[in-house]
Design a protein around this ligand. Structure first.
Ligand SMILES: CSC[C@H]1O[C@H](OP(=O)(O)O)[C@H](O)[C@@H]1O
Length: 363
């Protein structure tokens, strides 16, 4: 996507064992590029959420393997790289998918061929992500267009989204926001309600930043406002991302997504999920019971970081000293609350048959 007129992806190779990323922990106040040169730096970037979002985590892990093999292309080096990167975050299935794809390609190769093959495969994963998301955008834009046709001419379609499933969560285009960008480019009047998404504020810090730079009308709201807006007819559809969707259509996404889905269901608001196929976990059926939910450092809840009036970046504590804090990073929305899954192959019901109809090779 474009930042001040310049085209960017979230991650890109610079050659000679350097991979560049946008440091998302510095947004929205500072735009900083960090250069990764080895396994530990790549693992830290994922673990500390300099890069985040299921598809981007997968791409970053793939590039992390390539960087690791420059230092040690042995079987042991490959296994250590995959184990180190897999351990960074437990929920987004793209991480496991990307590492299994890299290991499957590289393990049979002679050591001398592994670095070049790894760099090429990581680039292929990144390029594929862009095309998958572009397709999700076009399929999802049709849903926004249909919503527009049910409204008075020129009246904007109000889309509610949670967390950041925009181009910053992927290599480019995004998943939940790809339909928004595609519809916006098609001239469909729209507006986005942006859930701030406590505690990491990916909505307030990242989604709002993306939409502002792209010129998409939007309003940042507290996480608890969405139900009220739906009760008053101010939300035409919800589109969210996912970190892992089961073979039966249960959707794991940022904490709070389930509560939005409940409000949408109660108010008859369509609830869609932008779902690239690498985010489907075909091995599980019951998301609530089988998807590992990441628990992160409680300081993400007890502290807030922002810019002071005189431009300094400060962190302050918002809970009493000594109060225990729980920080569950994801929840699971049962398929029964999901109107449809927007994949790169089209939109389908959140059911096993719906997914197999688009991905028959998985039957
Ligand atoms: C397109 S995946 C976006 C997905 O990832 C986010 O989680 P995190 O920022 O912790 O990596 C969130 O669940 C988004 O919906």
């Amino acid at each position: 996507m474009r930042i001040d007129g310049a085209a960017y992806r979230t991650i890109w190779p610079e050659g000679d064992g350097v991979v560049a990323i946008i440091d998302q922990t510095r947004l929205p106040h500072d735009f900083a590029v960090v250069r990764l040169t080895g396994l530990e730096e790549a693992a830290h970037a994922i673990r500390a959420m300099l890069v985040r979002g299921a598809p981007l985590i997968g791409a970053a892990a793939a590039y992390g393997v390539a960087l690791a093999l420059r230092a040690d292309a042995s079987d042991r080096g490959l296994e250590r790289a995959c184990a180190t990167l897999l351990a960074t975050r437990p929920t987004a299935v793209n991480l496991r998918w990307a590492l299994e794809r890299m290991r499957g390609l590289l393990a049979p190769l002679p050591e001398a061929q592994r670095v070049g093959a790894a760099e090429a495969e990581a680039a292929a994963i990144a390029d594929e992500d862009v095309e998958i998301n572009r397709a999700i955008g076009l399929h999802g834009a049709a849903l926004i267009r249909a919503a527009a046709e049910r409204k008075a001419p020129g009246e904007p379609v109000n889309v509610l989204t949670h967390c950041n499933a925009g181009w910053l969560a992927t290599v480019d285009w995004g998943t939940a926001l790809a339909p928004v960008y595609a519809a916006f480019e098609q001239g469909i009047p729209l507006h986005v309600w942006v859930d701030e998404t406590r505690p990491r504020n990916q909505g307030a810090s990242l989604t709002a930043w993306e939409l502002k730079h792209h010129g998409v009308p939007h309003t940042v709201i507290a996480d608890n406002v969405g139900g009220h807006l739906m009760q008053h007819g101010k939300v035409d559809l919800c589109i969210v991302g996912t970190d892992r969707t089961t073979a039966t259509g249960d959707v794991c996404n940022k904490i709070g997504t389930y509560l939005k889905a409940l409000a949408a269901h109660d108010n008859g608001v369509p609830f869609y999920v932008g779902l690239p196929s690498p985010t489907i976990d075909w091995t599980i059926a019951d998301g609530v019971r089988e998807i590992p939910i990441e628990e992160r450092d409680g300081r993400e809840v007890s502290e807030l970081t922002g810019r002071t009036a005189d431009g300094r970046i400060e962190t302050v504590r918002v809970t009493p000293d000594g109060s225990p804090v729980a920080n569950y990073a994801f929840d699971v929305t049962p398929a029964r609350l999901v109107t449809g899954l927007i994949t790169e192959r089209g939109v389908c019901p959140a059911t096993r048959d719906g997914l197999l109809g688009l991905f028959p090779e998985r039957g």
